[in-house]
Write a new protein. Structure first.
Length: 360
């Protein structure tokens, strides 16, 4: 008999301390894979391993090389790492900057005129993202782009919102106007829209519609319809295309469109598909004016109207009247006398005989 010890598998049971500044300020607003890349590289840097590479990260995290490189660009743009090119140019060295030192250098040593610590753009962004309306605004804009916004893009949006005095709703409208209506996604072009609106004193939905109407802009119609229906956010792409069909293909006027939308009063949760079915029906019937709609009477309604007109009334008075026609005057007088006699008997009074009144 002999004794052996089981060899321990090669598992890293060490710890990697991560600065709370990263966890509190940078991690919440970053893409999940970007955070993974940062933490993986940070761990190896802490351990002093100089033989790791982007290829190692792609294998361990199972993400594409392009995404790893985008992650390093992202963190470099935020100023928390530096990339140094290698001598052969095949890869780069990543230097993780000390976030505590950055905080001291940037936020406490430099002071503004009021002698208060300067707030970083990241601080401002984190603070604004605590408000639900700002969160909704960013989510709506991300949906328009079809991708998550980068931190730099979110910082630009917050800066524009402040510089041009726009509400979150109007910022969303500006992006919808640029992306959905003008098919423009360049941030510089979107800022041009905000500048134009600011110069034209566009502050809310009413002034925006008025401004766009003067320019004969289709987006003003979208906005007017959404506002009329009580939808306080930009319409989505399918809804806009439905409205385009009403105007361009079926050639309906705004008056007819509003007449159609009036039908939402008696409809629970009306949709643009519902309105489109009405407009399609009107188009097939050739109804192009409000006057034409007077002829929009359903056959069933006409039949019911005729039926109701010919139908005999069914009530107690009518039944009583019909029964009375079946009696002679003498019989009716006898019935009345019998009813009177019953009432008098209840009161203990005798029924006077016929002719008593005359004898008196």
């Amino acid at each position: 008999m002999y004794f052996i010890l089981q060899e321990m598998k090669k598992i890293d049971l060490g710890d990697t301390p991560v600065e709370n500044i990263f966890i509190d300020m940078y991690m919440p607003i970053a893409d999940g894979n970007y955070v993974k890349v940062y933490l993986m590289g940070y761990k190896w840097a802490k351990e002093g391993q100089n033989n790791f590479s982007n290829i190692t990260i792609t294998r361990q995290l199972n993400i594409a090389m392009d995404e790893v490189q985008d992650a390093w660009k992202y963190w470099e743009n935020l100023g928390i790492i530096k990339r140094h090119a290698t001598e052969d140019g095949s890869d780069c060295k990543i230097e993780f900057l000390n976030l505590k030192q950055m905080l001291i250098d940037n936020f406490y040593i430099e002071k503004n005129e009021s002698n208060e610590p300067k707030a970083s753009e990241v601080d401002i962004l984190i603070d604004t993202m605590k408000h639900s309306d700002n969160i909704t605004m960013m989510q709506d804009i991300e949906e328009m782009f079809g991708r998550p916004l980068t931190v730099n893009e979110k910082q630009k949006i917050n800066k524009w919102k402040s510089d041009y005095g726009m509400t979150t709703d109007m910022m969303t409208q500006a992006f919808s106007y640029s992306i959905n209506n003008r098919k423009i996604k360049k941030f510089s072009s979107i800022e041009r829209v905000l500048k134009d609106w600011f110069d034209a004193d566009v502050k809310d939905m009413d002034t925006m519609v008025e401004y766009l109407e003067k320019r004969n802009d289709r987006f003003s119609i979208y906005s007017k319809i959404s506002r009329y229906l009580g939808i306080f956010r930009p319409l989505d792409e399918p809804s806009m295309r439905i409205i385009d069909r009403w105007i361009d293909e079926w050639e309906f006027s705004m008056e007819m469109i509003m007449k159609c939308l009036d039908k939402s009063v008696n409809t629970l949760n009306p949709s643009f598909i519902y309105f489109d079915s009405i407009m399609k029906s009107w188009n097939e019937k050739g109804f192009k004016t409000v006057e034409d709609l007077k002829n929009d009477v359903k056959p069933e309604a006409k039949k019911q109207a005729v039926s109701n007109k010919d139908a005999k009334p069914n009530n107690k008075f009518h039944n009583f009247d019909q029964k009375m026609k079946n009696y002679t005057e003498e019989e009716l007088e006898k019935i009345a006398r019998q009813k009177l006699e019953k009432k008098l008997n209840k009161l203990g009074i005798g029924m006077p005989k016929e002719g008593d009144d005359e004898n008196k």
